[in-house]
Design a protein around this ligand. Structure first.
Ligand code: ADP
Ligand code: ZN
Length: 295
């Protein structure tokens, strides 16, 4: 037993499911519960009940949430999910409800900032204080750590809506309701499915769709590298299950940079620079717990 370490809680608040855990992450997790995201009342109630039913309450709880969320500690709506299209969830005081019921301190951040913190503490970005975590799934999300802390900013970064040049030969009209052909509109799972009429997981490895995918993801990676100068980039999410994307993105990124950024980490070790996540199945809730450990 690790009596010297705080007992921590985590809530991965996802658009389709919630995952709650309690324990000493990453190895000693005492209990975990998953349940579908229904109404805010019912879902938040189940999360609260999970912690109340444990032998001991955690000292701190990290919440890693879908967005958009208000992360500004000085705002009246800090801890809220703000303007989500998810029915019923707009303007939900997620952190406040849980804090008022359980009386423990809460760390509240986006799911991708949680994932970045988890990978930084225990996974593929271990000890790298300037780290970028990207997920390519139903949406595209990005969480960036600068000096070991997630970037928040005015609202929070929305890397999924980067505007990128169109791939040669790609006539797809784009999927984003706001910008049509932004990164999310062109390169997420639903965009692939909509463009080709088959799910991304069914698209053969030699399909033109993957050339387009590598184009968009590599442009995004290059823009983010040039902006944030991360020490490593972790790429996860359903679409990145296609392992052939990694070498293709690595080499496209090198060719787009064209030797400009003179770091051996990029020029000589790109396969260690753009990598998959390491935390696996419980990454989301471990990320939530990791949020309680921001220095
Ligand atoms: P979410 O983004 O909803 O949290 P995922 O990261 O699993 O969940 O993303 C789901 C998307 O990823 C779907 O659009 C699906 O088509 C796509 N996807 C899931 N598995 C694969 C796979 N093995 N190869 C390619 N695409 C996949
Ligand atoms: Zn967009």
């Amino acid at each position: 037993m690790n009596h010297h370490r705080s007992l921590l809680g985590g809530i991965e608040a996802g658009g389709t499911k919630f995952v709650c855990s309690i324990g000493h992450p990453p190895d000693e997790i005492h209990a975990t519960e998953r349940f579908p995201t229904t109404t805010p009342e019912e879902t938040v109630r189940r999360a609260i009940r999970f912690f109340q039913s444990q032998p001991q309450l955690p000292e701190r709880i990290g919440i890693a949430t879908f967005g958009p969320a208000d992360l500004n500690l000085n705002s009246d709506t800090y801890g809220f999910i703000t303007s989500t299209p998810k029915p019923g969830w707009s303007h939900t005081d997620l952190a406040g409800c849980i804090q008022r019921e359980l009386h423990v301190s809460i760390a509240f951040d986006t799911d991708v900032n949680g994932a970045a913190m988890g990978e930084y503490l225990w996974g593929a970005g271990c000890g790298l204080k300037n780290l970028l975590y990207l997920t390519v799934g139903t949406g595209f999300g990005g969480g960036a750590l600068v000096n070991g802390r997630p970037i928040h900013g005015l609202v929070h970064p929305e890397m999924g809506h980067l505007l990128l040049p169109r791939a040669e030969g790609d006539t797809y009209e784009g999927h984003c309701p706001f910008h049509r052909t932004c990164l999310e509109g062109m390169a997420t799972g639903p965009a692939i499915q909509d463009r080709w009429g088959v799910a991304a997981e069914e698209l053969p490895e030699d399909h033109l769709g993957w050339i387009f995918e590598v184009h968009y993801l590599s442009h995004a990676v290059v823009n983010l590298m040039l902006t944030l100068s991360p020490e490593r980039i972790i790429m996860g999410g359903g679409v990145m299950q296609q392992k052939h994307l990694f070498p293709a993105i690595q080499s496209k990124v090198l060719s787009l940079l064209n030797g400009y950024v003179q770091s051996p980490k990029i020029l000589e070790e790109i396969d260690q620079y753009i990598v998959p996540p390491q935390l696996g199945n419980d990454a989301g809730v471990l990320g939530a717990m990791a949020l309680t450990m921001i220095q």
